[in-house]
Design a protein around this ligand. Structure first.
Ligand code: SF4
Length: 426
């Protein structure tokens, strides 16, 4: 099947074998992949368990059991060797690995007649923009896309625009292109760009599109964007007065709860830790809700620091601007923020959720800096924080839950997302 792909050409990537994904992800395997791995004849001499011990039950009824690759005591995949390399890859080649391992860090999503490609920024090489251009990777991506994009993907309808409104693919692309155009601007900081897009998307969320289509829709988007830019941009520049004041106490509480979800690790080892692990998480969630005293370290890289210390200004490293612009553009172009790629959420809500990853990540970056006794952020803090937060975005089921979505909607209704963006940008 020939698939026409839209590639995120602003992004480079090659795997640098850091082994990070083999330590973070629970890899579910199909029955065919399980049988293939069993037939590879792994023995103790290979440094792996044997037979069924290579897998762990992932749930499913007795007649359709689901399995994932087993993990070592430290949470790493059973096939990760001492050099940080995959034993299946080393012995049988790349194609012998489970599909989920081969695809990472790519994500392919339906986009009308085409499919569009995004990347996961939980991979440090993606964050660092290290490796071959997407053009150079195109053949490999096309091959992977053939394995995962189902026949008839062109018939997948576009995500909803808002809770009430749907348009066809060409019109849906007009919204996406307008967001991307604003993100690509070099005249404003990422914080300002996000605030401006959120403002005009508020108008989109309240509008009807049954009579607005094609060039009329483009004109409508141009008009609302222009007016938001004319009024909002001069106010935003320099003094951050776009939406006035710091976030309110209720918003800060909702935000801390949301950020705690992003700061968690949730490796296979964490998932297997049972009630003891859940109780620990519940205690941590309570502390995040109160926001008093010290932060409970959700991962070993975090130290206990006072919640209050993270509310001081930590600055924003100039180098992070490029990373943030690239991150949001890859996610938006790759439709990695709404529809099937993001819990079926409409475009407006999906962008609100995506925008929140900015203050959440900056908060986590502050926590990383404060854990080392620093009060200023470095570009490395921001990069590392993004590998932590993007690990979950669109993948952890909790982010698609009623509670999480309600939290995002509440922050949006209270007009607090722009304030949070501004507060954690300084
Ligand atoms: S996290 Fe990225 S660089 Fe590291 S092994 Fe996985 S794909 Fe390669």
């Amino acid at each position: 099947m020939a698939i026409s792909l839209t590639l995120p050409t602003i992004q480079n990537w090659s795997c640098h074998n850091c082994g990070g994904c083999c330590r973070q992800h629970a890899i579910e395997v199909t029955e065919e992949e399980r049988q293939r791995i069993l037939s590879q004849g792994w023995t103790a001499n290979d440094g792996t368990p044997t037979g069924n011990a290579l897998f762990e039950r992932q749930g499913g009824p007795p007649w359709a059991k689901r399995y994932r690759l087993a993990h070592q005591a430290d949470g790493a995949c059973v096939f990760l060797n001492e050099q940080g390399l995959c034993r299946i890859h080393a012995k049988f080649g790349e194609a012998a690995k489970p599909l989920a391992c081969r695809i990472y860090p790519y994500a392919v999503h339906p986009a009308g007649k085409q499919a569009t490609v995004s990347l996961r920024f939980s991979c440090p090489s993606v964050v660092a923009n290290r490796g071959r251009s997407m053009k150079q990777n195109a053949d490999e991506i096309k091959q992977l896309a053939r394995a995962i994009v189902p026949e008839g993907h062109e018939r997948t309808p576009p995500p909803a625009v808002s809770a009430r409104e749907r348009v066809d693919w060409p019109d849906f692309r007009r919204f996406v292109d307008a967001i991307d155009y604003d993100l690509a601007s070099t005249t404003a900081s990422i914080g300002v760009k996000l605030q401006l897009i959120l403002l005009w998307l508020d108008i989109v969320g309240e509008s009807r599109f049954d009579k607005l289509s094609g060039t009329l829709l483009t004109e409508f988007l141009d008009i609302i964007r222009q007016s938001v830019h004319e009024v909002g941009l001069p106010m935003a520049e320099g003094q951050w007065k776009l939406t006035g004041g710091p976030p309110g106490a209720l918003a800060r509480m909702q935000f801390r709860m949301l950020t705690a979800q992003y700061a968690r690790k949730d490796t296979a080892a964490d998932l297997a830790s049972g009630w003891r692990g859940r109780w620990k998480l519940f205690r941590a969630a309570t502390k995040f809700a109160r926001g008093i005293g010290n932060t409970p370290p959700l991962q070993t890289i975090f130290r206990e620091v006072s919640f209050e210390s993270l509310e001081q200004s930590f600055g924003i490293p100039a180098e992070s601007e490029e990373l943030w612009t690239r991150y949001f553009r890859v996610k938006v172009q790759g439709l990695h923020f709404c529809g099937p790629a993001y819990y079926g959420v409409p475009l407006v809500e999906g962008f609100q959720s995506l925008a929140l990853i900015f203050p959440a990540t900056m908060w986590i970056a502050r926590w990383l800096a404060a854990s080392q006794g620093r009060t200023q952020l470095t570009a490395d803090d921001v990069s590392q924080a993004l590998t932590i937060s993007d690990h979950h975005h669109g993948y952890s089921p909790i982010f698609g839950s009623f509670g999480f979505r309600k939290r995002v909607r509440t922050l949006a209704q209270m007009d607090e997302i722009p304030r949070l963006i501004r507060w954690y940008s300084q």
